[in-house]
Design a binder for this molecule. Structure first.
Ligand code: ACM
Length: 504
């Protein structure tokens, strides 16, 4: 139990927290009272606490844990919540369901860490310390991308990863479903995509698994954002359907190397029809308002050499083969827009995506600024502070990772989605930030978790509450590590958690 003055070490840190005397203890007699619309949050709380505590937490009109959904509450936005814990009661209030879910995660973190265990734990007093919390996120988009194309990750891990995101109030799971080395989403109209493209490095999901994941994540406040790569990073698709390439008679296997592959989609009508058919199935499985269609690292060399591509350039009156990239993205983007979705893509320059796109700025901050100045919504993902496949330190003993200088915890913490020198109008275009976990060198779930934690805690703290108190964050993380331990997350050992010299 926390002493009355101790900080409970919440991650991400709340906007406002004050401690008060007293504590509320949950036991077999504790019941939950809900206002209309709050029952799903009560079910989530019950499901999260049941494995360790075994507490029944039934609904009852006189329950002393009170969950209130009140759209009239002002100042909390779509995701904020207020939480009051006293000796007599727990009161969690929010204007929207997402806020209640975040409050449930806070309650979970306020309990003794054993509450997070997967197995029953006996002999613990399940007490919440007296607190008054008002909590509202700084950014609406707080995400993590997981590359399931380079190494397939089973859906059981995706569910666990979703739980870990929700614990940290992260609300987007971006699934990188296709790449040169694998295609993981079944497409009824094109079965060879997974029959051929799903073989190396793993496998493929079933539609039922993906639908189940989307529902599971939604119950936890996490939106699953699908990504289908085009026009580059498409070699797995071209291994399955060579006629979609620039040299239809050529036969290639799924790529067995890492890096940027020259083999990209052709620009025939049939290729765009293929992309539209795939995206129709994507939209059927994933209700996410934004759909990611790649756009990164697409060499144009084949288009310079392909007679069909050169004909397309002439027919469309384009300046040259390089312009086919924007032409391609424009077409898939408007297909999504016409169906009520918003296209999302990787930007490499800040002006390479059509203006209808939300720009995921992965190279440098200045590319995000350029896109924001064009009026595009921007999600900041600069690789030197959000790519979690880089090693966490340059110390010996780090597992193999992407070549490059380390991205330490403090560098992730210092990620500023809208840097102070940006003008107000550009800063207003920033939706938030997300971490990237590419998996070229990551074959197991344990390795993925090791790379993600505790760096994802730092990203969550920055995205939710501001990331400007490194010593305070470290103190909270010190406590939070015992929560990760209780969850069995193989995060990095505490000895390396000192402030690090970073390359930034
Ligand atoms: C990327 O790292 N190619 C988005």
């Amino acid at each position: 139990m926390f002493p009355p003055t101790a900080d409970p070490g919440l991650v991400p840190g709340p906007l406002k927290l004050s401690r008060s005397a007293g504590a509320f203890t949950l036991d077999d007699t504790t019941a939950i009272r809900v206002s209309p619309g709050a029952a799903p949050a009560a079910a989530l709380l019950r499901a999260l606490l049941a494995p360790a505590t075994g507490l029944p937490l039934p609904l009852a009109p006189d329950g002393r844990m009170v969950l209130v959904l009140d759209p009239g509450l002002t100042g909390l936005g779509a995701e904020g919540y207020g939480l009051t814990v006293s000796g007599e009661a727990v009161l969690l209030r929010a204007a929207c369901a997402a806020g209640l879910r975040h409050g449930v995660q806070t309650i979970r973190q306020l309990l003794p860490v054993a509450a997070l265990a997967a197995e029953p734990v006996r002999g613990v007093r399940w007490s919440l310390p007296g607190v008054e919390i008002t909590d509202v996120p700084r950014y609406a988009w707080r995400g993590a991308m997981l590359d399931v194309a380079r190494h397939f990750q089973p859906v059981s891990f995706l569910r666990r990863f979703t739980d870990l995101l929700a614990l940290h109030k992260l609300n987007v799971l971006h699934l990188h479903l296709t790449d040169d080395q694998g295609w993981r989403m079944p497409v009824t109209a094109f079965p060879r995509l997974t029959e051929v493209g799903g073989v190396p490095h793993g496998g493929a999901y079933s539609r039922e698994e993906l639908r189940g994941l989307v529902a599971y994540a939604a119950d936890r406040g996490v939106t699953v954002v699908p990504e289908i790569e085009m026009p580059g990073h498409a070699r797995a698709a071209l291994a399955a359907y060579p006629h979609l390439g620039n040299f239809p008679e050529r036969r290639l296997g799924v790529w067995r190397s890492w890096g940027v592959c020259d083999t990209v989609f052709g620009v025939a009508d049939e290729v765009l029809d293929f992309c539209r058919t795939v995206l129709d199935e994507v939209m059927d499985l994933f209700p996410s308002p934004r759909v990611h269609v790649g756009g990164d690292e697409c060499p144009h060399t084949e288009w310079h050499r392909s007679p069909a591509a050169l004909r397309r350039v002439a027919d469309e009156g384009l300046a040259g083969p390089d312009a086919l990239h924007g032409w391609f993205m424009e077409r898939v983007g408007s297909f999504l827009t016409d169906r009520g979705r918003r296209p999302l893509g990787w930007t490499e320059t800040g002006h390479d995506l059509p203006e209808s796109f939300t720009a995921l700025a992965w190279r440098d901050e200045r590319h995000g600024l350029a896109a924001a100045r064009r009026g595009q919504p921007v999600i900041m993902a600069p690789h030197r502070s959000t790519y979690l496949d880089y090693p966490q330190s340059s110390l010996p003993g780090e597992p193999p990772g992407q070549a490059g200088p380390a991205v330490g915890l403090s560098a992730v913490y210092a990620t500023e989605p809208a840097p102070a020198h940006w003008e107000t109008a550009a800063a207003a275009q920033v939706l938030g930030t997300q971490a990237q976990l590419w998996t070229e060198y990551v074959a197991t779930a344990a390795h993925a978790e090791y790379l993600a934690f505790p760096r994802l805690c730092a990203l969550a703290d920055t995205a939710w509450s501001g990331g400007r108190d490194w010593p305070g964050f470290q103190a909270r993380l010190h406590h939070h590590r015992s929560r990760l331990d209780a969850l069995g997350v193989p995060s990095r050992p505490p000895a390396i958690l000192r402030p690090e010299r970073t390359t930034r």
